[in-house]
Design a protein around this ligand. Sequence first.
Ligand SMILES: [Zn+2]
Length: 118
Amino acid sequence: MLAVAALGLCPRCGARGLFAGLASFAPRCARCGLDFSSFNVGDGPAAFLTLLVGALACVIAGWMALALDPPWWVYVITLGPATLALIVWGLRAGKAALLAAEYRRHAGEHVSKHRAEP
Ligand SMILES: [Zn+2]
């Protein structure tokens, strides 16, 4: 589960390639054919993650100001890329963890065995 989340692996066969873009899932697993699009992860982790990373960046910026007192551009070249990288990585890990949890618990849309009569 941890490796699936951290590395973006398929929850069924463990192959790489869960993500097609920066933080968007591939349509299906290239090795076992597991349909990633049937999982409804959404962007649930995004707000929580942004708050967490934002708070962390503020704490680091405060510490830098008090301990080092650097010029303003030091904040831009250190905290800017670090915050972006942390958000992208965290979003990937969060979405992969949610997808793996849904896969393990067989969560998803209910599909009725009976067809609705017209
Ligand atoms: Zn797979």
